[in-house]
Design a protein around this ligand. Structure first.
Ligand code: UD1
Ligand code: MG
Length: 453
């Protein structure tokens, strides 16, 4: 059966109080509408049509996809009117699935279930809510068959007591849709063309109305304001956290974990509280991430321990390394393995050989360190002369004394030792001690000044 999916996204989103169209507000790593489109794509439809309103240019620029069809609804005259704008793209489509651009957590499995029960007829996704206020109520006849949907504003006190509500998500038979939509009126409390009014038309034609419900009611929740956006963000994060835990990842507290992107991991990794993961992050086996870390687009190999409060971006940490607390690895930081990077150390665009250590208060940028190098506390690679960046090369087993400035371009040979407090602006030879330091003197007979009485 050919499937067309119409995503309604023309609403203004007034309650967001934002210059950004509502459907472009983000949930996790993606705009709300992108979530719905990705879910729609997973159903492998013949066509996806997005109905957008004013500000549609911004939506179209943000949401990519050559497979998408766009229909403009210049004035928001109701959900029925909105679907009617998509009709030119629905010729020959047998099943039409209507989704909302601001209902991001709907799952592919739920929609597939609805499509399966709907078949050639009508399909409705409903939920039973403790507090159904604001939603359209599902009215059934004495035999329990769905007859119609009554909007809150049009309902009688009797109808308002119904707890089963319309999620808005429905399946419609494509060959009848144009006719039904053409017959819609707007004689109701909101003077809108209600999509829900096609339901009695289907019933009158003797079509079956199948009902499905999502496993979790949050799937049908929409975003109208920023508080609802935050609530759905939590639900989305929890869903991702649950999936990761099922996959064998330990999260010390899934309520304090945020993933905005994708996380792949080996066995027995553990993530402590308040960790934010962005982009594409990959952990090997037995990796431990301490509390309050930010990991963005990085690869962390087997057995690495990242201690508290580290920020790691576009970097790679080789196996068995220990990083942190309070370390910052910037783009291009490549640690070969068995490394120690300690507190208040920043590494950028630098390769660090096996077993090398940068333990305290250092900046290593645009550098290549060999294996077994020891960088003392407070060492700085002076990589920038105000106009250009230059590289620092440090050979295997070199020992850099504390508080050394390495003025690039400069090379420190293998096994070289640099005396503490040096400013190294010329190459330092292999296996020798190099230092730049005024000789220490002691003034004989010197006395401290005393306070005059
Ligand atoms: C609609 C349903 C109601 C259901 C509720 C679920 C109708 C008549 N009512 O109510 O039964 O319980 O959704 O949330 O369908 N939209 C457009 N163009 C329009 C109007 C709406 O694109 O002219 C889009 C909105 O951006 C939104 C969705 O359609 O994504 C639903 O619109 P909204 O006004 O929130 O729904 P209700 O009218 O409250
Ligand atoms: Mg409305």
């Amino acid at each position: 059966m050919t499937l067309g999916i119409v995503i309604l996204a023309a609403g203004q989103g007034t309650r967001m109080k934002s210059r950004l169209p509502k459907v472009l507000h983000r949930l996790g790593d993606r705009p709300l509408l992108q979530h719905v489109i990705d879910t729609a794509r997973a159903l492998q439809p013949t066509r996806i049509i997005v109905v957008h309103g004013h500000g549609g240019d911004q939506v179209r620029e943000t949401i990519m996809g050559d497979d998408l069809y766009w229909a403009e609804q210049a004035e928001q005259l109701g959900t029925g009117h909105a679907v009617a704008q998509a009709l030119p793209h629905l010729a020959g489509i047998e099943q039409v699935l209507v989704l909302y651009g601001d209902v991001p957590l709907i799952r592919t499995e739920t929609l597939q279930g609805l499509l399966d029960v709907a078949g050639n007829g009508f399909g409705l996704l409903t939920v039973n809510l403790e507090d159904p206020t604001g939603y359209g109520r599902i009215c059934r006849d004495s035999a329990g068959r769905v007859e119609r949907i009554i909007e809150q504003k049009d309902a009688t006190p009797q109808q308002l007591t119904i707890h089963e509500v319309n999620t808005g998500i429905m399946v419609l038979p494509g060959h009848r849709l144009a006719d039904w939509l053409g017959r819609l009126g707007n004689d109701n409390a909101q003077s809108e063309y209600y999509l829900t009014d096609v339901l009695p038309m289907a019933v009158a034609e003797g079509l079956s109305v199948a009902v499905a419900q999502p496993t979790d009611p949050v799937e049908a929740e929409g975003v109208n304001d920023r508080a609802q956006l935050a609530a759905l963000e939590r639900a989305w994060q929890r869903r991702q956290a649950d999936a990761l835990m099922r996959g064998g990842l330990t999260l010390r507290d899934p309520a304090r974990f945020d993933l905005r992107g994708t996380l792949r991991h080996g066995m027995d990794c553990e993530i402590d509280i308040d960790v934010l993961i962005e982009g594409e992050v990959e952990l090997g086996e037995g990796v431990r991430i301490g509390p309050h870390c930010v990991l963005r687009d990085c690869r962390i190999d087997d057995g690495v321990e990242v201690q508290a409060h580290c920020v790691i971006e576009q970097a790679r940490i080789g196996s068995g390394s220990r990083v942190g607390p309070f370390s910052r690895l910037r783009p291009g930081a490549e640690l070969a393995g068995g490394n120690h990077v300690g507190n208040f150390v920043e590494i950028k665009n630098a390769t660090i050989g096996e077993g090398s250590k940068v333990n305290h208060l250092s900046y290593v940028g645009d550098a290549e360190l060999g294996c077994g190098v020891n960088v003392g506390a407070g060492t700085i690679t002076c990589n920038y002369d105000g106009a250009n960046k230059h590289r620092t090369l440090i050979g295997d087993r070199a020992f850099i004394g504390s508080n050394t400035a390495l003025v690039a371009p400069v090379t420190v040979g293998k096994g070289a030792t640099i005396g503490a407090g040096s400013v190294i602006s010329k190459d330092a030879p292999e296996e020798r001690l190099t230092l730049t330091r005024a000789r220490q003197t002691t003034i004989e007979g010197w006395k401290r000044p005393e306070k005059k009485s």
